[in-house]
Design a protein around this ligand. Structure first.
Ligand SMILES: O=P([O-])(O)O[C@H]1O[C@H](COP(=O)(O)O)[C@@H](O)[C@H](O)[C@H]1O
Ligand SMILES: [Mg+2]
Length: 574
């Protein structure tokens, strides 16, 4: 075993860790060496969505020690950065141990003399983002691993604007965490008087904020019986989604009973991720039974949302995150313009792996569209840098995340569910379905079809293999893919974009990130990046073609699907 790993293990065996931890560690030493390696080969790191890891013993795992040390580091950094009273807000999702971790975090902050607002019970992640601004906190934490499998938990860390930490703050917090070498360096308790439980009053303020996002409240009233099926997939969405839908005026909301109760074992699904069709199966069943207009499902911390609607033939289909995003951007931007609300300095935002259809849409609608790295923390960072000169209207990304308005600085499935239903109500008032609207958008701006492949490679070995794959593409980029020459190569790690034919290299104005993109002569685009939240490498495929009429939708879809298939085969990703 690697000497560093051995050292860490013996530090834990001899340090001030509880008897249960030490007993588990001894068992791990006798068991599978890969498991021990994975538990200690690194410390938890801030990825796309904060710290995330499997729950268990080890420096690379989520347990009260890693959570406590992270919090001590965060507390030290907050106190160094802000003069005077420091306040933080804390929330958690429905996962196993989330409440325990949230209380641990609250106790550590409080013992460091920080004023803590702790939600009395589970709440959506976006509500915490809102709360930081609402209660004028300097920081915040949500205990959640989002949509990851049930073995995981995580730590989303927030700054005073309600956004997740970006550099330099994440690096600085980690530096502080690294200087904490043992549990003895953590102030675990003694500040209980600094903890205030919060609940209803903040909920009310959050719900009011969301109600203010509505563009066509009169249409919601008129279409109040829109038949909605909703599943929280055993997560926090249940605390807010039915309430906000009622406040938006919808009276026919049907919750999927089997998935309504928060449960960290997510007993009815394999993964509590609305991106996985299997997680939406019970919802689809109910939507079909009721002949509903729309199905919506949110992940455990209720920041991402998946939807299903009927296609042109009346068959239920799950939309991908790009499709929902395109519809939502279109509804919000057009709706605001119709109401005379659009201003010249308005802008929308998306990530570099999100559909380019949104860039085309923005250009044709006289609104700026900015691209950021993956993760809403980067969209929030953009907002911070642009305010107050430019006004953020909405943002989104392919992985089922949308953010609307200025006061919630993380993706928000609660406001998204409400606005998606409003959009469906609007479509119905025009005698159309959402799918018909989507096809109309394709007719107007071009039919962009996207597909995602994620390859899971677990543990230390998997991480090396992923790094190796990225290195391979970077050092030997393909000259053609599926018969079409690669014309442009974006390398976000080197922060440059290269025109293959002329050899010209231009700088990319985004922070370094291990992302590669190949643009083909036929307009297709392939992106590759390691996930920052799960042990996966992700490949994003985007192809496009004009769509002359709704009648040719099927034929063009078949062509585009064939093209995607060709790319996947040529890249040997099957
Ligand atoms: O997991 P969540 O819902 O908190 O979401 C987080 O992770 C997603 C997946 O990131 P990656 O592709 O690096 O795994 C990002 O798209 C998202 O912006 C981020 O907030
Ligand atoms: Mg989530």
């Amino acid at each position: 075993m690697d000497i560093n790993i051995q050292n860490k293990v013996s530090q834990w065996l001899n340090g001030n860790y509880d008897a249960e931890t030490i007993a588990t560690l001894k068992k791990m030493q006798e068991g599978n060496p890969d498991d021990l390696n994975d538990a200690f080969y690194r410390n938890l790191e801030f990825g796309t969505g904060g710290l995330r890891g499997i729950m268990g013993v080890g420096t690379n795992r989520m347990n009260k020690y890693t959570v406590g040390m992270a919090t001590q580091g965060f507390a030290n950094y907050l106190k160094k950065t802000f003069e005077g009273e420091v306040k933080v807000a804390i929330a958690h999702d429905s996962r196993n141990n989330s409440r325990f971790f949230a209380e641990t975090v609250a106790n550590v902050f409080a013992a460091n003399g920080i004023k803590v607002f702790l939600f009395e019970s589970l709440r959506p992640t976006p509500e915490l983002s809102f709360t930081i601004r609402h209660l004028q906190c300097q920081g915040g934490v949500v205990l959640t691993a989002s949509h990851n499998p049930k073995e995981y938990n995580g730590y989303k860390a927030y700054w005073n604007d309600g956004a997740q930490l970006v550099p330099p703050h994440d690096k600085n917090v980690i530096r502080e965490v690294e200087s904490i070498l043992s549990p003895d360096d953590v102030k675990w308790s003694g500040g209980e008087a600094n903890i205030t439980l919060i609940g209803k009053e903040v909920d009310e303020a959050y719900l009011k904020e969301l109600q203010g996002l509505s563009i066509n409240p009169e249409i919601n009233k008129q279409q109040h019986d829109l038949k909605i099926v909703y599943t929280p997939i055993h997560g926090t969405g249940i605390t807010m989604v039915p309430e906000i839908l009622q406040r938006f005026g919808f009276t026919n909301v049907n919750v999927v009973e089997e998935q309504a109760t928060p449960n960290g074992n997510f007993p009815t699904v394999v993964y509590p991720n609305p991106e996985e069709s299997e997680a939406m199966n019970l919802g689809l069943k109910k939507a079909k039974e009721l002949d509903a207009d729309i199905l919506l499902g949110t992940d455990p911390d209720a920041d991402r949302v998946g939807i299903a609607v009927k296609d042109l033939k009346g068959q239920w289909v799950l939309l991908n995150g790009n499709q929902t995003g395109v519809l939502l951007f279109n509804y919000i931007v057009e709706g605001r313009r119709r109401k005379g609300l659009q201003q010249p300095n308005d802008y929308i935002a998306k990530t570099v792996v999100t559909s380019d259809l949104i860039d085309v849409f923005a250009a044709k609608n006289d609104i700026n569209c900015y691209n950021t790295l993956t993760g809403f923390k980067w969209i929030a960072d953009l907002i911070r840098r642009k305010e107050p000169q430019e006004t953020f209207i909405c943002g989104g990304e392919e992985s089922y995340g949308y953010m609307i308005g200025n006061n919630i600085r993380d993706k928000d499935a609660i406001s998204s569910v409400a606005m998606i239903c409003e959009m469906a109500a609007y479509a119905r008032s025009q005698g159309k379905s959402l799918f018909e609207l989507l096809v109309n958008v394709y007719q107007q701006y071009g039919y962009y079809k996207e597909h995602l492949i994620s390859i899971t490679k677990k543990g230390m070995k998997g991480a090396d293999e992923i790094a190796e794959m990225m290195r391979g593409y970077r050092e030997n980029p393909p000259a053609t893919i599926n018969g079409s020459p690669v014309v442009t190569l974006y390398d976000y790690q080197l922060q440059q974009v290269k025109d293959i034919q002329s050899g010209e290299i231009k700088p990319l104005d985004l922070p370094k990130s291990n992302v590669l993109q190949f643009v083909l002569a036929d307009g297709s685009k392939i992106s590759a990046r390691p996930s920052g939240t799960e042990p996966k490498i992700k490949f994003y495929f985007s192809v496009n073609a004009p769509l002359d009429s709704a009648a040719s939708y099927d034929a063009v879809t078949a062509d585009l699907d064939k093209k995607i298939e060709g790319i996947i085969n040529d890249m040997q990703l099957k």
